[in-house]
Design a protein around this ligand. Structure first.
Ligand SMILES: [Cu+2]
Length: 513
């Protein structure tokens, strides 16, 4: 090694004065440039090539050897080389079966009149929300979509219904976005009774906020309901204006004294909403699934997460007055005889806790011995997403698109530990499956099985949820604050051996978020 001592010649000093800042700049800029480049998603890509495969704990390797305690991670299952890759386009309802319910939906981009204001938005069959789709459990629903004028293209996602994968309506994953003048036919059997909704999953952040959505209700197979009045209320905020069923005013529902009412509330916004009532109520259903033995509640609000639904049962007083259901402070549903009213009530201090509400009953599977265990840890850190510097949402410490791809097999009993270490609430939405809450912050659920497809995860909270892998394909598992999703808070669940022919971007310009 050579060392130089003493004064350097003046020429060398000058060279160093110039070179050192350049070297320092390169030392700082080069890694940033690499991170920037690395965060950019190539023009056209498959979700199959996104991130890294996470096989979870307890997974069986291909050799059939269990990996106890080992959190297997690795390359994506090699879909290009797989002997018999199955395309998710095969995952459809029986093509030979006739539809029981047929609906034509036409989407348009247009100005909406909301609360006396003119707001740019979207309509389905000329209105926002679009028409309510009504079916009976077990019926085959066929929806013919035609995009008349939505410039960015559209899709329809059936939020909460566990449809076959090819019908899930996620642009670039399960189909191409439907361009202006284009058409698409959705066919699926409504096997689950309950309250659901549909919305676009192409450029979903502006399109859902702009009102490209509607309600979907599946009545029980038996046709028997114990409520005489059944009504849907879609809560949506258009350009800062809170509405119920598209109107910036209270929704009035006629009902006779003594009648029982099922009110189906859908929160189509990006944040949670509080619901409270003027009288006692029972919480009949969460995200379409009936609560087991719901008890009567007074003086407690209900928290409805973004994308979630809740069914309330209310009884109209025999005194001739009405029942008032506040959907946040701004809007309400007033149910009762014409002219009857109840004044605005203050929000109760207490909130209903679904961890303990109702009575336990069978889950239909054993979550105590899962075959896969995953972690979905939400954080926030500086870096680059889609070539933009910022402080972004991370999943298990990684930024989009380097996020985990959760790999499962049909029949798996999956347990996922959701851990929100960020400073904001995240409404976590899993496509194609219903998950049951096992525990929150380590405290086991002790009430009715709490089945969800949209889960409100507060800052600092953890949830353990479980589901059965019974719907093969490629499914989004993302934040339903669609602004967060557009910022990269998206992961996918993939069944081993499946592949998609669709691409993000590409000729159809698929942009699911
Ligand atoms: Cu979020």
């Amino acid at each position: 090694m050579t060392r130089h001592f003493g004064r350097r010649p003046p020429g060398t000093q000058r060279a160093l004065r110039i070179a050192l800042p350049i070297v320092a700049t390169v030392a700082i800029v080069a890694p940033l440039a690499w991170l920037w480049q690395d965060s950019r998603v190539s023009g056209v890509y498959s979700v199959m090539d996104m991130g890294y495969a996470d096989y979870g704990v307890g997974a069986m390797s291909d050799a059939g050897v269990s990996e106890p305690g080992g959190h297997m991670q690795g390359q994506m299952p090699d879909h290009h080389m797989a002997a018999t890759p199955r395309l998710i386009t095969d995952m459809v309802a029986d093509p030979a079966r006739q539809a029981d319910v047929r609906v034509d939906l036409v989407t348009r981009q247009q100005m909406l009149s909301v609360g006396g204001r003119s707001i740019p938005g979207f309509t389905v069959n000329g209105t926002s929300p679009g028409p309510e789709i009504l079916a009976r459990q077990g019926q085959l629903i066929e929806v013919h979509l035609r995009n008349e004028s939505v410039a960015d293209g559209v899709t329809l996602h059936w939020h909460g219904l566990d449809v076959p994968n090819a019908m899930d309506g996620v642009a670039g994953v399960t189909q191409d976005a439907v361009a202006v003048g284009g058409e698409f036919t959705y066919r699926f059997v409504a096997d689950q009774a309950g309250s659901y909704w549909y919305h676009s999953h192409q450029v979903s952040n502006p399109q859902v906020a702009g009102g490209l959505l509607g309600s979907l209700v599946v009545m029980p197979r038996s046709g028997i309901t114990t409520q005489q009045v059944d009504v849907s209320a879609i809560a949506h905020t258009y350009g800062g204006v809170r509405t119920v069923n598209g109107k910036a005013e209270d929704l009035r529902v006629p009902a006779k004294p003594g009648q029982r009412v099922r009110l189906r509330v859908t929160n189509t916004d990006n944040g949670p909403m509080k619901i409270w009532t003027s009288g006692p109520y029972r919480l009949l259903a969460v995200d379409g699934t009936e609560v087991h033995r719901p008890t009567k509640i007074s003086d407690q609000s209900v928290t409805l997460t973004a994308g979630g639904r809740t069914d309330l049962e209310l009884q109209i007083p025999t005194s001739g007055t009405a029942v008032r259901v506040q959907l946040s402070k701004a809007t309400a549903v007033i149910i009762g005889p014409p002219g009857a009213d109840v004044g605005v009530l203050p929000q109760p201090a207490a909130a209903l806790d679904l961890l303990t509400y109702g009575s336990p009953t069978s889950l239909g599977f054993d979550p105590v011995h899962p075959t896969r265990q995953f972690e979905y840890r939400i954080g926030r850190r500086p870096g680059f997403v889609k070539g933009r510097p910022g402080v972004w949402w991370s999943i298990n410490g990684r930024l989009y698109p380097h996020v985990p791809m959760y790999v499962i097999r049909q029949g798996d009993v999956v347990v996922m530990h959701i851990d929100n270490r960020s400073d904001e609430v995240h409404p976590m939405h899993l496509h194609g499956h219903h998950e049951v809450v096992l525990a929150r912050n380590g405290v086991a659920a002790s009430g009715s099985p709490w089945w969800v497809d949209s889960l409100n995860v507060l800052p600092g909270e953890t949830y353990d949820i479980a589901f059965v892998a019974n719907n093969p394909g490629i499914w989004m598992d993302h934040c339903h604050n669609l602004k967060h999703a557009a910022q990269g808070m998206i992961a996918h669940l993939i069944y081993e051996g499946f592949d998609t022919p669709y691409r993000i971007a590409g000729p159809a310009d698929n942009q699911p978020e």
